[in-house]
Design a protein around this ligand. Structure first.
Ligand code: MCA
Ligand code: AMP
Length: 453
C-alpha cells in the first residue's frame, strides 16, 4: 500500500488534510476515494483524467485511482482546449468528475502490482507536444521513503505548501508524501507569503519564486522561524534568496533536485551541512555520474535508480532516447560534483529550448508552434530571459503583421496552459538564423539584438 497513513497506522485525524480552506479526515478521504474507485472498477479505459484544481476532489480522485489500480492523468486546470484535447487523446483517459460528499467503503477492486502505472504526468520536451510520463507506485514509494529519510519527515510533521496538483512537486511530494508519512497537510490554495506564514507548519515546500516572494515579505518570512525544515526545488534557488531567508527565518533552506521522469534524486539533508547553490547528494538508491569531456569536470548529469519513470506513454523511441546505451537516464542538466564531499551543483540546462518559469517546465517549441498557428505570424522564436521573480520569463520574438502582442499572448493561452503564455512579445524583422536556417537563439538573449531591430 503506497498510502500507508490510510491503513490507519497513525489512527484517524479530524484535520489530516486541509486543502484550500477545507479540512477532512483520513476516514472521509478514504470514503470519497472509495466512491471514485468503485466507479473506476472494471473501467474499459486505460486511464482516467481529473481537472486537477487545488481541491479535496483532486486528492480523492488520485487516491481513488490508486485504490482501483487505474492510472490518473491530472489535467492542468488552466490548460487551453488544444492542450486538454492532446492530453486526453494521447492518454486515452476518460475525464471524471468527483463529488467529495459521496462516500463508499474502499472496494478492493483490482490489486495493482507495484510496477503498474499509478500516475501519468504530461510534461514538455524541447519540441513537440507534451509527453505522458508514466510513474509506477514502486517508483513513487521509493522516492517518498528516500525523502522521508533525508528530511526526517514523519507523522509528527505538518507539511505546508500551495503548489499545483498536476506536477510531481505538489502532487507526489506534496500530497502522496503526506499520505505516506502520515504528516498533516495544509495546502494553502495559492502559495502567497501570507498564507505560508499563517499555516503554522513544521515542513514547508516551495519553488524558488515562492521563496523569493517570501524573502521579499519580511513579516511572513519571520513567521516561518519556528518551522523544522524549509525545502526548495523545481528550479535553481538564487543564493541571495537563500541568504535573505537565513537572515529572516534562521533557516538554511534545503535544496533538492528532480525531474518528472526521475522524481527527486538529490537533496540536502535535515540537520546536515547545506551550502547555497548546491542540491546535496544522491538519495538512498540513486546513483549519479557526470558525462564530461576528458579533462572537464562539468557535464550532463546522468542517473540510475528505483525512482525512474516507466517510460513516455506510447513513445518507445523517445523513452529509448532518454537513456544512454549503458542504461543511464540522461537528465539534460549540466552539473558538477564536489570531489571532496560528493555535493552536486546544477550549472544549467543543456538545451536553450527548455525553459523554467516559476518552476514550470516549458518547451520553447511548444510555444513557438502555438504562435505559428496564428495566421498573422510567419516566424517565431521563444526564449527564457533571466527574471528575478520567475527565474526565467518567456519572451517570444515574432515576425508578424496586423496583430498585437496582447492578442498573441491570449492566443497562446487559449491553446496551451496559462503559464505557457509569453510575458513579452517582441516584433522583429527576422529571426536570426545560421547558414543551415537554424534559429540563433543565443543572439536573441543579447540585449543589443533587440536594439538593432
Ligand atoms: C501569468 N499571468 C499572466 C501571464 N502569466 N498574465 C498575462 N500574461 C502572461 N504571460 C497572470 C497569472 O495568470 C496570474 O493571474 C497573474 O498573472 C500572476 O501570475 P504569476 O506571476 O505567474 O504568479 P502566480 O500565478 O502567483 O504564479 C507564480 C507561482 C506559479 C505560484 C510560483 O508559477 C506556480 O505555482 N509554480 C509552481 C510550478 C510547479 O509546481 N512546478 C513543479 C514542476 P491571476 O492572478 O488572475 O490568476 S517541477 C517538478 O515537479 C519536479 C520533479 C521538481 O523538481 O519539483
Ligand atoms: P520538471 O520535470 O518540471 O520537474 O523539470 C525538471 C527540471 O527542473 C530539471 O531537469 C532541472 O532543469 C530543473 N530543476 C529541478 N530542481 C532543480 C534545482 N534544485 N536546481 C536547478 N534546477 C532544478
Amino acid at each position: 500500500m503506497l498510502l500507508t497513513a490510510l491503513t490507519g497506522i497513525h489512527g484517524d485525524r479530524a484535520d489530516a488534510l486541509t486543502v484550500a480552506g477545507r479540512t477532512t479526515s483520513y476516514e472521509e478521504l478514504l470514503g470519497a476515494a472509495g466512491a471514485v474507485a468503485a466507479d473506476l472498477a472494471g473501467a474499459p479505459f486505460p486511464a482516467f483524467a481529473v481537472t486537477a484544481t487545488a481541491s479535496l476532489e483532486t486528492v480523492a480522485a488520485v487516491v481513488g485511482g490508486l485504490l482501483a489500480g487505474v492510472p490518473c492523468v491530472p489535467l492542468p486546470p488552466d490548460a487551453g482546449p488544444a492542450e486538454r484535447e492532446h492530453i486526453l487523446r494521447d492518454s486515452g483517459a476518460r475525464l471524471i468528475e468527483v463529488d467529495y460528499a459521496r462516500r463508499s467503503a474502499a472496494p478492493p477492486t483490482r490489486t495493482a502490482a507495484p510496477g503498474d502505472p499509478a500516475l501519468i504526468l504530461y510534461t514538455s520536451g524541447t519540441t513537440g507536444p507534451p509527453k505522458g510520463v508514466v510513474l509506477s507506485s514502486a517508483a513513487i514509494a521509493a522516492d517518498l521513503d528516500a525523502l522521508a529519510e533525508a528530511w526526517q519527515w514523519s507523522a509528527e510533521d505538518t507539511l505546508v505548501h500551495g503548489l499545483p496538483l498536476f506536477h510531481v512537486h505538489g502532487l507526489v511530494l506534496g500530497v502522496l508524501g503526506a499520505l505516506r508519512t502520515g504528516s498533516r497537510l495544509v495546502h494553502t490554495g495559492r502559495p502567497t507569503p501570507q498564507a505560508y506564514a499563517e499555516a503554522g507548519g513544521s515542513l514547508y515546500f516551495g519553488v524558488p519564486t515562492v521563496w523569493s516572494r517570501i524573502a521579499g515579505t519580511p513579516q511572513a518570512a519571520a513567521a516561518l522561524s519556528g518551522a523544522r525544515l524549509l525545502v526548495s526545488g523545481s528550479a535553481a534557488l538564487p543564493s541571495p534568496v537563500f541568504r535573505d531567508l537565513e537572515r529572516l527565518t534562521g533557516h538554511r533552506i534545503v535544496e533538492r533536485y528532480g525531474m518528472t521522469e526521475s522524481l527527486i534524486t538529490l537533496s540536502g539533508r535535515a540537520g546536515g551541512e547545506v551550502r547555497p547553490g548546491t542540491v546535496g547528494t544522491p538519495l538512498t538508491g540513486i546513483r549519479t555520474r557526470i558525462a564530461a569531456e576528458p579533462g572537464a569536470d562539468i557535464g550532463e548529469l546522468q542517473l540510475a535508480g528505483p525512482t525512474l519513470f516507466s517510460g513516455y506513454l506510447g513513445r518507445p523511441e523517445a523513452t529509448a532516447a532518454a537513456y544512454t546505451e549503458d542504461g543511464w537516464f540522461r537528465t539534460g542538466d549540466i552539473a558538477a560534483i564536489d570531489a571532496a564531499d560528493g555535493v552536486h551543483r546544477i550549472v544549467g540546462r543543456a538545451s536553450i529550448d527548455m525553459i523554467k518559469s516559476g518552476g514550470y517546465r516549458i518547451g520553447a517549441g511548444e510555444v513557438e508552434n502555438a504562435l505559428l498557428d496564428h495566421p498573422q505570424v510567419s516566424e517565431a522564436a521563444v526564449v527564457g530571459v533571466p527574471d528575478t521573480d520567475l527565474g526565467q520569463r518567456i519572451v517570444a520574438f515574432v515576425v508578424a503583421e496586423g496583430v498585437t502582442g496582447a492578442e498573441l499572448t491570449e492566443f497562446v493561452a487559449a491553446h496551451l496552459s496559462a503559464h505557457k503564455r509569453p510575458r513579452e512579445v517582441r516584433f522583429v524583422a527576422a529571426v536570426p538564423r545560421n547558414a543551415m536556417g537554424k534559429p540563433q537563439k543565443r543572439l536573441l538573449l543579447n540585449e543589443e539584438y533587440q536594439e538593432r531591430t
